[in-house]
Design a protein around this ligand. Structure first.
Ligand code: OAD
Length: 245
């Protein structure tokens, strides 16, 4: 990838960088994205039928089983060179915030430190009634496992459609996006709010906005630099080009 010299010079001197990642970053770890027309996770269902409080009330077992299936897929997944390149970036940039919509935990697995998991983490499970986190549960039971404290149905600790994002995480994400010098939107279709608004918040505050994605997105016309290709290839190339490592 040929990166423009002015972009490389700017990045090497940047001290505040915010990154927003989406499912595309984990695609090369073998995990499906959400909106790929053929194989995407939502391909055969409407998202609201699997990932909403209403769906959980209507058919808790369907929702539970879908997340159990995804947990199983994620269990075998390992970070890819894109995740590791972001770890290297964090080591070189004094104020580095990694905001992710991914619930797979692969950024932390790779070694990223300052990570805001805006949509939660699929490996964590909590009671839908009293909020107590469960240490263990049976994924193969006939019905949705129950909370040991109150008997309520257990659910994944992720944000569903129609639910609010964790307030602290969102506030930190907005602050990082507003105060950064460079904002990267990587492997996300940029259509789900409020995460998608972070790029605009960055831009409105004078940040250079960069997109890395397999293909153009609705954000592309508004960014300063767009690099199209696999993040697992482009990110390591970028780290090499900027820091020569
Ligand atoms: P999407 O599936 O909407 O978008 C994935 C993006 O990654 C697309 O723009 C692809 O072009 C791009 N992509 C695919 N492979 C790539 C690769 N190897 N390298 C770089 N880019 C690649 O996923 P998200 O934007 O993450 O929310 O979706 C956002 C949210 O919508 C998810 O967190 C989820 C979903 O509904 C909830 O579950 C609440």
């Amino acid at each position: 990838m040929d990166f423009p010299q002015n972009f490389l010079r700017f990045l090497v001197s940047a001290s505040r960088v915010a990154i927003l990642t989406g499912a595309g970053v984990s695609q090369e770890s073998g995990l499906k994205t959400f909106r790929d027309a053929q194989t995407g996770l939502w391909a055969q269902y409407k998202p609201e039928d699997l990932a909403s409080p209403e769906a959980f009330v209507r058919d808790p077992k369907l929702v539970w089983d879908w997340y159990a299936w995804r947990r199983e897929a994620i269990k075998g997944a390992r970070p890819n060179p894109g995740h590791y390149a972001l770890v290297e970036m964090e080591k070189r940039i004094p104020e580095f915030t990694l905001i992710t919509q991914n619930v797979d935990g692969l950024h932390r697995f790779a070694g990223s430190q300052n990570v805001l998991e805006l949509h939660g983490n699929i490996q964590k499970v909590r009671c839908s009634q009293c909020g107590t986190f469960a240490e263990t549960w049976d994924d193969d039971s006939e019905s949705v496992p129950a909370c040991e404290i109150c008997g309520g149905a257990l659910r994944p600790d992720v944000v569903w459609f129609g639910e609010s994002l964790p307030r602290d995480g969102l506030e930190s994400a907005v602050n990082a996006s507003r105060s950064c010098q460079v904002f990267f939107s990587i492997g996300t279709s940029g259509v789900v709010q409020p995460a998608a608004a972070l790029a605009h918040a960055a831009r409105n505050n004078g940040s250079v906005v960069v997109e890395i994605n397999a293909e153009p997105t609705p954000l592309t016309p508004t960014v300063d630099f767009a690099f199209h290709g696999k993040s697992g290839v482009i990110l390591p190339e970028l780290v090499r080009a900027v820091w020569n490592s």
